[in-house]
Design a protein around this ligand. Structure first.
Ligand code: TXA
Ligand code: MG
Length: 322
C-alpha cells in the first residue's frame, strides 16, 4: 500500500508548487489545501469536495506581512483581533486585492484569511511564497475531518498526500469575523469564543446563517451532517420514543447505563467544553459508521465553546431538504 500520509514537508512543498491538492493539519480541522494563486488548483478543490462554486474559501498563511500583500485595508479592530488570536482558530474577512482570483472568493470583493496554530502547518506556510486556499477536507456537507485518516477515508484518491499532524487540538472550525461598514460581525461560531472576542473589541453582531436567505455565500443551515439521522432533545425522552430502533447516544457528560441503546459516546465525562469540542467530529463519524437507525443527542451548555458545539449539532440535525 502506498503510504499517503506522513510528515514530509519537502514533499508537500513540491506537490503544492506543482498545483496538487494536499491534506494539511490545523488546530481546528484538517484542510484540503492548494496554492491559492493557482486557479486551476483551486478549481480542483471545489471538484474534489463537490463544493458549490458560490461557497468561498479561506486563505491560510503564516504572517501579517504576507497577508498585506493580498488584502487591502485592515481595519484597526481587526489588528487587535489578529494580535490577540493569531496564530489561532479565528478567520478574518478583508477587502481583497486583485491578486486574489474570483474563484477563491466566489466573486466577492472580500477574502477570508487565517493564520492557523498547528506547528507543522506553520512551518510549511513559512516555506511557501503563496497562501494556501483550504476548506475543511471533507466532502461538501459531511462531517469535518480531525485526523489524517478522516481525510484519507473520503478524499484519499483526490489528494497527493496528507501531512499528518495528529488529532486536531481544537476540533471545530475557526470563528469567522467580518467588518461590513466597520461593524465587527461574526459569520460563523467556532474555536474562539464570542466572549473572548468581545473582551478585546466590545460587543459584536452575530449573523446567523440560513438556507433560504444566506447573508453570505456558503453559510448553509445544513452542514457537518452524518448520514444517519440525528435528533436533538432530552436523552431519556428520546430513548423512550425510539425504543424500537437501534439508537446511538451522543451526550456531553452523563452516561446512560441502565437503558437500551446500541452505542453511546460521552463527549467529556469531566464536563469540559474544550474536550467536548475536540471529540465532537470523531464521535459523530464513529456513530455514523455504526449500524444505527438514529443518533440522539442533547445540546451542551450554551456558553463559551458550547455555543459553537451546539451550532454544529443543530446543523447535523437539519433534515435533508429536497
Ligand atoms: O477552521 C477552519 O476555518 C477550517 C480550517 C481548514 O482552516 N476551514 C474551514 O473552511 O472551515 P470551510 O471552507 O469549510 O469554511 C469556510 C467558510 C465558508 O462557510 C465560507 O462561506 C466562509 O468561510 N467564507 C469564506 N470567504 C468568505 C467571505 N469572503 N465572506 C464571507 N464568508 C466567507
Ligand atoms: Mg467546511
Amino acid at each position: 500500500m502506498v503510504l499517503n500520509k506522513g510528515k514530509d514537508l519537502s514533499k508537500v512543498k513540491i506537490l503544492l508548487e506543482e498545483g496538487h491538492l494536499v491534506g494539511i493539519p490545523t488546530e481546528t480541522v484538517y484542510g484540503l489545501a492548494a496554492n491559492a494563486f493557482n486557479s486551476e488548483a483551486v478549481t480542483n478543490i471545489f471538484k474534489a469536495k463537490q463544493r458549490p462554486a458560490f461557497d468561498p474559501l479561506i486563505l491560510h498563511t503564516n504572517s501579517l506581512e504576507k497577508i498585506k500583500t493580498f488584502v487591502s485595508d485592515i481595519p484597526p479592530i481587526a489588528y487587535k483581533l489578529a494580535q490577540a488570536f493569531w496564530p489561532g482558530p479565528l478567520t478574518l474577512i478583508f477587502q481583497k486585492k486583485q491578486l486574489v482570483h474570483d474563484i477563491v472568493t466566489s466573486g466577492l470583493d472580500t477574502v477570508a484569511v487565517r493564520i492557523p496554530r498547528h506547528p507543522l502547518t506553520l512551518q510549511l506556510l513559512s516555506l511557501l511564497d503563496f497562501p494556501l486556499a483550504a476548506p475543511s477536507a471533507n466532502p461538501f456537507g459531511y462531517i469535518s475531518p480531525t485526523t489524517a485518516d478522516h481525510v484519507l477515508t473520503h478524499l484519499g484518491d483526490k489528494v497527493g498526500y496528507v501531512l499528518d499532524g495528529g488529532a486536531c487540538e481544537v476540533g471545530i472550525e475557526s470563528t469567522i469575523v467580518g467588518f461590513p461598514n466597520n461593524e465587527p460581525t461574526v459569520y460563523r461560531k467556532g474555536g474562539v469564543e464570542i466572549e473572548a472576542i468581545e473582551s478585546i473589541i466590545g460587543k459584536v453582531t452575530v449573523n446567523e446563517h440560513s438556507n433560504s436567505q444566506p447573508q453570505a455565500p456558503g453559510m448553509l443551515k445544513k452542514h457537518y451532517s452524518p448520514k444517519t439521522s440525528l435528533v436533538i432533545g432530552h436523552i431519556n425522552t428520546l430513548l423512550d420514543k425510539h425504543q424500537e430502533k437501534r439508537i446511538g447516544i451522543l451526550s456531553f457528560q452523563k452516561s446512560y447505563n441502565e437503558t437500551h441503546y446500541s452505542k453511546q459516546i460521552v463527549l467529556s465525562p469531566k464536563g469540559d467544553l474544550a474536550e467536548a469540542a475536540k471529540n465532537l467530529f470523531t464521535a459523530l463519524r464513529e456513530l455514523d459508521n455504526s449500524p444505527l437507525d438514529i443518533i440522539i443527542s442533547e445540546l451542551l451548555p450554551e456558553q463559551g465553546l458550547g455555543v459553537a458545539i451546539n451550532d454544529r449539532i443543530k446543523r447535523a440535525a437539519v433534515a435533508e431538504q429536497h
